[in-house]
Design a protein around this ligand. Structure first.
Ligand code: PRP
Length: 223
């Protein structure tokens, strides 16, 4: 489409920008948009190095964002809408509207421990390796256990076997990474799925268009 034609097709008020997560959520999130609106953000974004791709006929601009950063972009209005996992949203609560459970990206945040670990002596604080420092701290505080939280950015499951931690708090989906590292689930901290998130100002500015977007996604998410 030519630039002039695109400008003509773009709805009044400009394009609604949608932060689409890279990584494990990309495929499922993209499929939802494709089913709901007939546009695949994955395919659009594959064809550009710009990390942003427009679909003027749908009134949307898709932006490719790291999953952990989507909520930040939407809270600050750099994107109007986004797709973010409940793990990220509960780890760092933000001032956002969460109108829809998209039912994708299902996994759990769990406490994991080595399969053959002996219980720690009473009164000894477990060392807990995690990238979910707030979720982990809240979980152990609720249980009255004085845990020592060890913040990491990845490869969490290897920490116990290397002596860095007694326990981990991390997400698990298939359980394969836990098994491969000799870990078992001790308890579940949070059941996770991806949510549609919306910037609060955008919700007022584009009320009708966002309502239609939410409803279109809801009808496929609930199908
Ligand atoms: C997550 C998580 C586990 C793994 C669990 O990592 O941290 O390592 O997936 O999945 P499984 O139960 O299906 O084996 P991810 O691949 O998202 O990468 P990251 O560690 O870089 O966040």
């Amino acid at each position: 489409m030519s630039r002039a034609a695109a400008a003509k097709a773009a709805p009044e008020g400009g394009l609604i920008s949608v932060a689409i997560p890279k990584g494990r959520l990309l495929g499922e999130a993209s499929l939802l948009f494709e089913r709901a609106l007939g546009v695949s953000p994955k395919r659009l974004l594959e064809n550009t190095r710009k990390l942003a791709a427009d679909s003027p006929e749908h009134g949307l601009r898709f932006i490719s964002i790291r999953a952990a950063d989507v909520a930040s972009y939407v809270e600050h209005g750099a994107a109007d809408v986004g797709v973010a996992g409940l793990d990220v949203l509960r780890e760092e609560p933000r001032d956002l509207y969460e109108p829809l459970d998209l039912g994708i990206g299902r996994c759990q945040v769990i406490v994991g421990r080595p399969r053959n670990a002996r219980p720690l002596p009473r009164g000894v604080a477990p060392r807990v390796a995690t990238k979910y420092v707030n979720l982990a701290a809240r979980h152990f505080a609720r249980k009255g256990i004085p845990a020592e939280i060890i913040p990491l950015h990845g490869s969490i499951e290897v920490a116990p076997s290397l002596g860095l931690a007694d326990l981990i708090v991390d997400i698990t989906e298939t359980g394969e990474t836990l098994r491969a590292n000799g870990l078992v689930v001790e308890e579940t901290v949070l059941e996770v799925s991806a949510r549609l998130i919306v910037n609060r100002v955008a919700l007022k500015l584009h009320a009708e268009r966002l309502r239609r977007l939410v409803e279109a996604l809801r009808s496929v998410a609930e199908a």
